[in-house]
Design a protein around this ligand. Structure first.
Ligand SMILES: C[S@@+](CC[C@H](N)C(=O)[O-])C[C@H]1O[C@@H](n2cnc3c(N)ncnc32)[C@H](O)[C@@H]1O
Length: 185
């Protein structure tokens, strides 16, 4: 189901041949590797992750694909990239970032995108309501206690603050998860 959700997020991102894509907090590099096949030899996919082990696994698995590089990087720290990427994907990672760092990461993403760039965020639904709210609350209390604040994170407002426009959300799995797409212009 996780792989299906990731594939759906990539469908929404709609990477194209020749594009430059960032997979923000790329984990073991699976999504980045799928996108590398799409962008082809004229494109570029960069994965960034804070964990040395994740970057090592990614390089072992996909390092030979070409046009795909993995950087060990804390994405809450300053980035070198400006007006560089056509698209940014981040899956199941925004909720893991420290609450005070999330807006900064969205701002860095905004500046790293080209003028017509787009960003897709696939994660838990911070606006979850009804019976789903206690379900997610229970899950976070058990497995993500330190990130419980994500369930009151104003994602759309933060994206607007960062400069993003034309923000749209798609609910997945009865609204427990959400795919959000936001554009730089
Ligand atoms: C739940 S995993 C998701 C990985 C991948 N995006 C996926 O969908 O399979 C979250 C990832 O975020 C990374 N991460 C957490 N905080 C980070 C930070 N400050 N900078 C970069 N990566 C971070 C973790 O190392 C982990 O690989």
């Amino acid at each position: 189901m996780y792989a299906r959700f990731l594939r759906r997020a990539i469908e929404v991102l709609n990477p194209k041949e020749g594009e430059k894509i960032l997979d923000l907090c790329s984990g073991t590099g699976r999504a980045a590797s799928w996108m590398a096949h799409v962008v082809g030899k004229d494109g570029e996919v960069v994965g960034m992750d804070i964990a040395k082990e994740m970057v090592e696994v990614s390089n072992d698995r996909y390092g030979k694909l070409g046009k795909l590089i993995f950087l060990q990087k804390d994405v809450t720290e300053p980035w070198d990239h400006r007006n560089h990427f056509d698209a940014i994907l981040t899956s199941f990672s925004l909720h893991e970032l420290p609450e005070l760092g999330r807006l900064g990461v969205l701002e860095k993403s905004y500046f790293a995108l080209k003028e017509k760039g787009r960003m897709v965020i696939a994660d838990f639904n911070p606006e979850v309501s009804g019976w789903r709210k206690p379900v997610l609350l229970g899950f976070f209390k058990l497995f993500e206690k330190q990130n419980l604040n994500f369930l009151s994170f104003e994602l759309k407002e933060m994206l607007r603050k960062a400069g993003f426009k034309r923000i749209r959300t798609f609910c997945v799995l009865s609204g427990l998860f959400q795919i959000t797409v936001a554009r730089k212009s």
